[in-house]
Design a protein around this ligand. Structure first.
Ligand code: DC
Length: 233
């Protein structure tokens, strides 16, 4: 294969940032607007967390967690009712289970293990196919698609992100407490920023957007405008 990692594909937009920065919503809208594929890499780490739980693997056994990540049967299917992309482990739809705060914490734990990140690299890169890819995560622009021509780092204050997460969970019918969410976001930020491998940092060539006081439409417009100068949209 000439290009096993799809690194030379032109149309890749990476959208990295902390939890609740709005990157999930923005990435979905971008993929719908451009008709491109979507990689929700956080969902992959969340599914690894669930697979570890289901198989009773200890988080301390890094080799076994990485093996679980390597061998799990994960797939993504479009939900015709919500138009969202649901993650499946074997034939179980995990879209609800992985969206809890506990599932996010567990994902952040497994994501610290270097062998897990290595095991997921090929899986993530395989999402890059024509006509293009929106890659949502923490290290899309720094590690997974370093050659991408458009890299966005989306951020917002922790308070603003906790409020957004609260609304998001409420809309999905999941109960939540805003103070607990804020504490949890700060804890997860610390872990994601300070881990030894692929920490949450903007790529040097990323456009950093603070969405705290911006509407979704304004963020989307800014990204499309920026991208149209760098890609053939
Ligand atoms: O984007 P998210 O909240 O669904 O991600 C869940 C966790 O997965 C996050 O706390 C850190 C980890 N993650 C990662 O380390 N690298 C990615 N590219 C995506 C997510």
């Amino acid at each position: 294969m000439a290009n096993p990692d799809n690194q030379s594909m032109e149309n890749i937009i990476t959208v990295d940032g902390p939890s609740g920065s709005g990157k999930g919503t923005i990435s979905l809208l971008l993929s719908q607007k451009l008709g491109w594929h979507l990689l929700d890499s956080g969902a992959i780490y969340r599914v690894v967390g669930q697979a570890v739980l289901i198989n009773g693997v200890s988080l301390d056994d890094h080799g076994a967690v990485a093996e679980t990540a390597e061998n799990m049967n994960i797939s993504f299917r479009i939900n015709s009712e919500t138009n969202e992309i649901d993650p499946y482990l074997d034939n179980e739809n995990l879209s609800k289970k992985i969206r809890t705060d506990e599932a996010g914490q567990l994902a952040s734990h497994v994501a610290r293990i270097p062998a897990v990140r290595a095991a997921l690299l090929t899986k993530q890169r395989s999402f890059a196919s024509e006509p293009g890819l929106i890659a949502d995560g923490r290290d899309m622009g720094t590690v997974v698609f370093p050659a991408a021509k458009v890299k966005i780092f989306l951020t917002a204050s922790a308070e603003c992100r906790a409020k957004r997460r609260y609304e998001q969970l409420k809309n999905k019918g999941v109960s939540a407490n805003i103070r607990a969410l804020l504490d949890s976001i700060k804890l997860r930020d610390e872990r994601d920023k300070n881990r030894a491998i692929a920490p949450l940092v903007p790529a040097q060539d990323a456009l950093v957007i603070d969405s705290s006081d911006m509407s979704i439409e304004a963020v989307l417009d800014q990204i499309l405008d920026y991208s149209s100068n760098r890609l053939k949209l």
